[in-house]
Design a protein around this ligand. Structure first.
Ligand code: ZN
Length: 488
């Protein structure tokens, strides 16, 4: 049962709205995935982590989510004006590979990186090349409705005609009249009636490898078509959430709205959610600007901009420390601060398991638990959740230092809060989790042996154990409750 009231910022209405899915408890969510012709960089990690957070939270509060994230493996040209080479075909030509070898190679690497970041796999991960028939079918409908035209074997969406009866630009805020004025003067429009018309189908040039038969020519679908066709196929003609990076607002998502409206007679997406960009020195990090740092370079520290390597969990925590609609500015200092914060959180989580309850609570744990939900319900405010969790860290350390007390009931609630928000929702896990558990068990065994030695008045052995452990950086502390240990 869903017992939280969630509000989300809808880019289309430009305001926060209460999230009410079409068919509760089911939620359909479509997110634009990667074009697989190179390694994923920090700019790719951002939407993946953002929509992973959203996916995890929706599931946590009781929704049954079908999460579709596509793989673009055809039709994404180098230039948004439908010119230039297909990105994957170009990579294949340069590396002397089959296009599908390029696709397989980078899809595998993308999955590996996402696993490292603890990003859950979507429910369905469809490829554009596997849905050409569905795309052709949708283009037919758009042509039939009169919002597209054929030119030399290619099919283009007629933006000017569409805008007579519909609001092209409603999502991105672009104004068609301005587009018209600004582009009419340009030369070389080629086959298009207007330069801002976009391709639904492109006739393949003789050298183009990836091609399919169609009623219009041997060719390939335009990039925007795949998301309309696959979203409709797997989530229905109307579905709840469509997500992606803000850089996709125009023309990609604007085109998707126009295509769906033209083909189906109505819009298909109810809530549009967009994550902001990763910046480096104030500029968007992206492959086209050639200022990107790949995730693998972060993990092994090999990029010259990096002072050191950063673990996947440090990158994930760094991403979640900013609200998804704010820009995330990369710097070594910011990453190192995130790394420290993450470690403090993980250490507190271990300390929490060892705390002893007392007769009263000095802090209000119920309020903290509730505040975490309120933060998530307010458009997935992860930095606010993290701030609450650090208040939890303060309480844990105070109780551990015997500066404040906590009842058994509150201690259990605090453990539950940390489990839910750190592990389940933020998806943060200890980096050497299994190893540190093993070490703890080993040291506990040694402590038991030392206790037996002391009880048998064998102080020579008990001191030897303590001194040998100290040599490897493990310090034993004897107190009334028994013996605890920590690393030097
Ligand atoms: Zn898309």
């Amino acid at each position: 049962m869903v017992d939280q009231t969630l509000t989300v910022y809808n880019t289309l209405s430009r305001q926060k709205q209460v999230f009410e899915p079409l068919h509760p408890p089911f939620v359909g969510m479509y997110v634009c995935g990667p074009t697989v012709y190179g390694d994923a960089h920090l700019g790719h990690a951002r939407p993946a982590v953002t929509f992973d957070l959203i996916f995890r939270y929706l599931k946590h509060i009781g929704f049954k989510v079908r999460y579709v994230r596509n793989i673009t493996d055809v039709g994404h040209l180098e230039n948004d004006a439908d010119e230039g080479e297909d990105k994957i075909a170009k990579k294949a030509r340069l590396d002397k590979l089959e296009p599908m070898e390029v696709v397989q190679f980078y899809t595998d690497r993308y999955h590996q990186n996402m696993d490292q970041l603890n990003v859950l796999r979507p429910s369905i991960e469809p490829k554009a090349s596997g849905h050409v028939i569905e795309q052709i079918e949708m283009i037919r409908k758009i042509l039939h409705a009169g919002y597209a035209y054929e030119a030399n074997g290619s099919v283009y969406f007629d933006v000017e005609k569409y805008s007579h009866s519909h609001d092209y630009g409603k999502l991105s805020g672009r104004v068609v009249d301005e587009l018209l004025i600004n582009t009419r003067a340009l030369e070389g429009q080629g086959e298009k009636k207007n330069p801002f018309d976009f391709a639904l189908w492109k006739k393949a040039q003789p050298e183009h490898i990836m091609r399919w038969p169609s009623p219009w020519s041997e060719g390939f679908p335009g990039w925007h078509m795949e998301c309309s066709a696959m979203g409709t196929k797997y989530l229905g003609e109307t579905f709840d959430i469509h997500g992606g990076g803000m850089d996709l607002l125009f023309p990609h998502h604007e085109a998707e709205i126009a295509q769906a409206t033209a083909a189906l007679g109505h819009e298909s997406v109810r809530y549009w959610l967009h994550n902001n960009m990763v910046t480096i020195n104030g500029q968007k990090m992206g492959k086209s600007l050639n200022n990107f740092i790949t995730l693998n370079e972060f993990f092994n520290g090999s990029h010259p901009t990096l002072e050191k390597s950063y673990s996947p969990m440090a990158i994930r925590f760094f991403t979640l420390q900013a609200h998804y609609r704010s820009t995330l500015d990369f710097s070594n200092e910011a990453l190192q601060a995130a790394e420290k914060g993450f470690k403090r959180l993980m250490t507190a989580m271990q300390t929490l398991q060892k705390l002893k309850p007392g007769p009263i609570s000095d802090s209000n744990i119920k309020a903290l638990h509730q505040a975490c939900y309120e933060a998530m319900n307010d458009d997935f405010n992860s930095p606010m959740v993290i701030a609450q969790l650090f208040e939890g860290v303060r309480i844990i350390n105070s109780v551990n230092d015997e500066l404040e007390k906590i009842t058994l009931e509150d201690l259990e609630l605090l453990k539950k809060t940390f489990q839910i928000f750190i592990t389940d929702i933020l998806g943060l896990t200890p980096e050497e989790g299994e190893q540190s558990e093993l070490i703890d068990n080993l040291v506990q065994t040694i402590i038991t042996l030392r206790k037996q030695a002391r009880e048998g008045k064998d102080f020579k052995t008990s001191d030897l154990i303590r001194d040998e452990l100290k040599k490897i950086g493990i310090v034993l502390k004897d107190n009334r409750e028994g013996t605890s240990w920590e690393r030097e």
